[in-house]
Design a protein around this ligand. Structure first.
Ligand code: ZN
Ligand code: ZN
Length: 346
């Protein structure tokens, strides 16, 4: 019997789940972002401007485009009088699961907001009864922010740990994220090594059942003809029945997506002890199992467009990476073997 790891029904919608506009430090307006991404085949953008949740869903969404309401939250180190670029920090994208839930969590009435976003502070909705939220950079406070955001109905991603100067001693204690940015295009274009499958594996080996997304984190300081163009490089393909706010966020909660910088995954299923994949032409397809075991299938005479990988009961999980001739990668989420063998895989 087939267990579909990406849903059998529905279609894929191309999404950028991390994006900046003129509301914070981006160079394009929210409308210009919509136009740019639609021209490149995207259907979904999460508007994750820094520190202020300004909802764009109602004004920008239509039958072929969905704007997700979101923002990016920072907890930053202020140790020993330092507060510049030498300081570690944790960034997370906080995406509203319901279109009408835009009450900002972890809000402070006067601190932390900077740049253009200051001009939008009076539009932020927050709970008047909540005291100002203090954001000292500690493991406990990061976990508290994640927990508050999840409890308030948001989907939370852990962003670009390399750019953020974060150390494993700190981030390996984070708990409760929905997903890790396995790839952040803006950081990679700017010279940071924020393609981090090894960090994804480290979280998974600890038993954290998180998903992985690829995002742009675009600021659009450069136009499309520049090598510094930071849009349309990392994307998440979400499979769902239709382009409706709650249908899409439910698919995100269920893990019905994969993360890519180029290759496409058409089908992914488990059947008779093997995981099967169908994809766009690939130079190799790799399976990682969470233990000292990996399997790679290489293209020989012709590019690969499908592969199968056996799963054994002593494997921890399986996740696949499709690599094309240009070295671009599509990463599936991880599927725990205990779930696959019990028929309980998502
Ligand atoms: Zn960030
Ligand atoms: Zn960002």
């Amino acid at each position: 019997m087939k267990t579909y790891l990406l849903p059998e029904q529905g279609r894929f919608f191309k999404a950028n789940l991390h994006c900046h506009t003129t509301v914070s430090d981006g160079h394009l307006t929210p409308e210009e972002i919509k136009q740019l991404y639609m021209e490149h085949g995207y259907s979904i953008v999460a508007y994750t401007d820094h520190e202020v949740l300004i909802p764009h869903h109602k004004e920008l969404s239509d039958k072929s485009f969905l704007a997700l309401n979101a923002h990016e939250l920072e907890l930053k180190e202020h140790a020993n009088g330092r507060e510049g670029r030498e300081c570690k920090r944790c960034h997370m994208c906080i995406i509203a699961l319901e279109p009408d839930n835009v009450t900002q969590t972890c809000w402070h009435r006067s601190k932390y907001v900077w740049g253009n976003a200051k001009g939008y502070m009076d539009r932020v909705e927050f709970d008047e009864n909540e005291p100002d939220y203090i954001r000292e950079y500690t493991v406990e406070n990061v976990n508290d922010a994640i927990r508050r955001a999840r409890e308030a109905g948001y989907w939370v991603t852990y962003n670009h740990p390399v750019w953020s100067l974060e150390d494993p001693e700190q981030y390996m204690k984070y708990e409760g994220f929905n997903a890790l940015e396995i790839y952040n295009h803006g950081c990679v274009v700017a010279g940071y090594d924020d393609y981090v499958p090894q960090i994804y594996d480290a979280f998974l080996r600890k038993g954290q059942r998180i998903f992985c997304v690829a995002t742009d984190d675009n600021h659009n300081a450069h136009t499309e003809d520049s090598p510094h163009f930071d849009a349309c490089g990392g994307f998440t393909m979400i499979k769902a029945d239709r382009l409706d706010y709650r249908t899409i966020t439910r698919a995100m909660e269920a893990g019905s997506f994969y993360a890519s910088t180029g290759p496409l995954i058409h089908e992914l299923w488990y059947e008779d002890g093997e995981v099967h994949i169908k994809c766009s032409p690939a130079a190799r397809i790799t399976a990682n199992y969470g233990i000292i075991k990996a399997k790679v299938q290489y293209a020989e005479k012709a590019p690969l467009t499908e592969a199968s990988f056996p799963v054994k009961s002593n494997d921890l999980y399986i996740r696949l990476t499709v690599t094309d001739a240009e070295g671009r990668n599509a990463n599936t989420n991880a599927y725990y073997v205990a779930d696959l063998l019990s028929g309980d895989a998502r």
